[in-house]
Design a protein around this ligand. Structure first.
Ligand code: SF4
Length: 749
């Protein structure tokens, strides 16, 4: 068979790089960057290049597994669904929908099935016990922007390509390739920022790869970012440097910010941050003086005890310096499909609704339909009405990814029934009663519904499947709909086409009642009829594209002349994607707050400043633990690919030379690290790239769990840093787990 070339978007991280995949039948000959991709222009990282290994990985599941005699053994799809029906139906028959919970992993944000049909499955499940990786990641940012701008994905994105001053906290985009910031080749973009005379300032307890590239780097004590941001805001306001410009008229609460930040002078926070007050003042002055500047913060600032406050303060600074919503500042993307603040009446909305219910045991608040995963284990363990007796996991590995991993593993082991949709038998799915496999990334279509909403440039790119499904494989959305049949009492043989029609009809109905949509006023059935005979998530995507801000409409009549007229068909004819241009100012149109203003001082957030003030002068421990990322890791799930784990052991503990000498730790020897939650032993790496009083251990490792079927990963096991994370400590506003700034004791092993 001759070679074929497929152009597709990499589904592995937020950067959405274009790939050029050379295929020989079902074999992948090569994966390279697509030089013609309108967004990534040929950039590729080692993870993208490993797509061939992922496709060919012999440990990747291609058939369902069911537990028989204690062992997971291969089974047919019908048999697997009979076991699921037998496991779930009696629990649901007891009448408590909350008895079946769900945990959703990060990869769901990267698939159409996870974005569209999984939602329908969760709705059918009707449980309040929904958890996801969001609450060990970005949830505080979503809550902050939800309260400020009215939508949970209304995250201001640093306009990296045009800014002249970028202040980065707790983020390492050279390793992560961008997070809540979709931008291929961030190394190149940041290098160009400096080449045009711009300034890159990085604040991090580690001198990360991004910090090495920066003009200046400041060590900061973990979990003291909110203190620093408040002091920068204090300086800007007290020194008369604030210049919000047109944002003043678009914001409410601007007048009270100075009073709220009054306790946080640079002199007050300097001892906590470990940054001298004059340095903080200089950082503030330079930020305010830059003609175009942006503040950007990520995981080090969200997975910590002041996560929501820090996330809020980032955008307070962007507002008071006048940099929000202007080129070179922090801007709002306008995605082609599925963006809640691009549909309906512009400039006003009902805002976000948080805390509609609380967790049963600890009373942690719901947000965006989910409860914080820090309370999942106790919701399984604690008897009483509403206890989780069965769990569905979809592309999730909570045993590695969530706090107090040992307790989580024990809790999952105690479930009456567990079913997982996943591509591997890993630390979590090895505990399931049934595992349902998913197609290879090359056997499924791809469109980044979520990440184009966080993109540094407006872009749309659709990838049809490169290969037909292998024999015996089932599209993931059909698997989800069969599960939906089970949890809604239709049984395992429910008609998935009929359910799919209902999902598409509901999406069409929503468009018919959305102001400004080309479907407004039409009958939903008539809308569907316009979409032809597509099925599954692609049909809904076509609808969203047609009715979106660049849409072709439903009659193909919109967008004449030079205007872009998007539909799925149009994207199919553009294999390198369609560039929709640089970000444009979107205020006030993008606001969805009830007031129609930027809510600069949301009460739940400003009330928490008291806690921030109370922490002044309080240490969070003699030694504290933070995480770290690596370019060749992607949370817990790509360590079975030889290309990504070769080379020196990456799962080591970084410690400063002074701390190593003080604690008797030798480079290359092993250390014992203990916290309230647990203890691990890990090789020591002494480096001056970490500040005194801090150790760093990467997350996503610990692949030596019993039952794993990850042969390569097992040889590079590493240790699970979440054995140390304390599930009882959360950011109170979001319930997000505290994974940075964990007090630990460190000694030679
Ligand atoms: S940066 Fe992300 S999207 Fe780009 S090739 Fe690497 S993993 Fe794929």
């Amino acid at each position: 068979m001759s070679a074929a070339v497929d152009f597709r978007t990499c589904p592995l991280c937020e950067a959405t790089c274009g790939l050029r995949v050379e295929l020989d039948g079902r074999e992948v000959r090569s994966v390279r960057g697509d030089p013609d991709d309108v967004f990534s222009h040929g950039f590729i990282c080692p993870k993208g290049a490993s797509l061939a290994e992922l496709h060919a990985d012999p440990d990747r599941l291609t058939t369902p597994l069911v537990r028989r005699g204690g062992e997971l053994v291969e089974a047919g799809w019908d048999e697997a669904f009979e076991v699921i029906e037998a496991g779930l139906a009696p629990i649901l028959a007891d009448g408590d929908r909350n008895a079946v919970g769900a945990y959703l992993g990060n990869p769901n944000a990267h698939t159409l099935d996870g974005a569209i049909h999984l939602r329908a499955l969760l709705k059918g499940l009707g449980s309040r016990n929904i958890y996801s990786a969001s609450s060990v990641d970005q949830l505080p940012k979503q809550i902050a922007v939800g309260l400020m701008f009215g939508a949970g994905l209304a995250v201001p994105i640093p306009d990296v390509d045009r800014t002249e001053h970028l202040l980065v906290l707790g983020a390492n985009p050279l390793a992560s390739n961008g997070s809540l910031l979709t931008a291929p080749d961030l190394r190149g973009r940041l290098r160009r920022l400096r080449e045009r005379g711009g300034r890159l300032v990085v604040v991090d307890p580690r001198r990360s790869r991004t910090a090495e590239l920066a003009d200046e780097h400041h060590f900061i004590r973990p979990a003291r970012d909110a203190h620093l941001l408040a002091a920068i805001g204090h300086t800007v306001l007290t020194e008369g440097l604030a210049d919000p410009g047109r944002l003043a008229g678009l914001s409410s609460g601007l007048d009270t910010i100075a009073e709220l930040l009054a306790p946080f002078s640079p002199e007050a926070v300097a001892p906590d941050c470990g940054i001298a007050a004059p340095e903080i003042r200089r950082m503030a002055r330079e930020l305010a003086a830059a003609p175009r500047a942006a503040v950007y913060a990520r995981i080090g600032t969200t997975t910590q005890e002041f996560g929501t406050l820090a996330s809020w303060l980032v955008d307070v600074l962007n507002v008071i310096t006048g940099n929000l919503d202007r080129p070179g500042g922090a801007m709002f993307p306008l995605a082609a499909a599925g963006q809640s603040n691009a549909a309906g009446e512009p400039g006003r909305g009902r805002g976000v609704r948080l805390g509609r219910w609380s967790s049963r045991v600890r009373g942690l608040a719901e947000s965006f339909g989910e409860l914080p995963v820090a309370c999942l284990a106790e919701e399984i363990e604690t008897p009483g009405e509403g206890r989780i007796r069965a769990l569905l996991t979809v592309a999730g590995n909570p045993v590695v990814s969530t706090p107090n991993a040992a307790r989580m593993r024990a809790a999952l082991s105690s479930l009456e029934f567990m079913v997982s949709i996943d591509c591997y038998v890993n630390e979590t799915t090895s505990l399931a009663d049934v595992i349902l496999p998913v197609p290879s990334p090359l056997e499924r279509s791809h469109y980044d519904l979520a990440f184009y909403q966080l993109s540094v440039r407006n872009v749309a790119n659709f990838s049809p499947p490169a290969l037909p499904l292998r024999d015996g494989m089932v599209e993931e959305w059909r698997t989800m709909l069969r599960l939906l049949g089970v949890v809604t009492g239709q049984g395992p043989d429910a008609d998935t086409d009929a359910i799919d029609d209902l999902i598409a009809l509901e999406a069409a109905r929503r468009e018919t009642v959305t102001a400004g949509s080309p479907a407004t006023g039409m009958e939903p059935e008539a809308v569907l009829a316009k979409l032809g005979d597509r099925r599954g998530p692609e049909r809904v995507l076509d609808l969203l594209l047609r009715c979106g801000p660049y849409g072709a409409g439903l009659n193909g009549g919109r967008g004449g002349g030079d205007e872009v007229a998007l539909s799925l068909g149009a994207l199919e004819r553009a294999p390198h994607g369609i560039d929709l241009g640089p970000l444009q100012p979107r205020l006030p149109e993008m606001l969805r707050t009830p007031s129609g203003k930027i809510e600069l001082c949301p009460e739940p957030i400003t009330a928490d400043l008291e806690r921030l003030q109370a922490s002044l002068g309080c240490t969070n421990g003699d030694m504290v633990l933070i995480g770290r990322r690596h370019l060749r890791s992607n949370n817990s799930w790509l360590h079975n690919l030889p290309h990504l784990v070769r080379g020196a052991d990456r799962c080591t503990m970084h410690v400063s030379p002074a701390d190593a000498a003080r604690l008797g730790l030798d480079d290359g020897a092993r250390a014992r690290v203990a916290s309230r939650a647990g203890a691990v032993e890990i090789p020591v790496e002494v480096t001056d790239a970490i500040m005194d009083g801090v150790i760093s251990i990467p997350h996503g490792w610990g692949h030596d769990a019993e039952g794993n079927r990850l042969r390569v990963a097992a040889e590079h096991s590493g240790v699970n840093s979440n054995l140390l994370a304390d599930e009882t400590v959360v950011d109170p506003l979001s319930g997000n787990a505290v994974l940075n700034g964990i007090p630990v004791e460190v000694a030679p092993a």
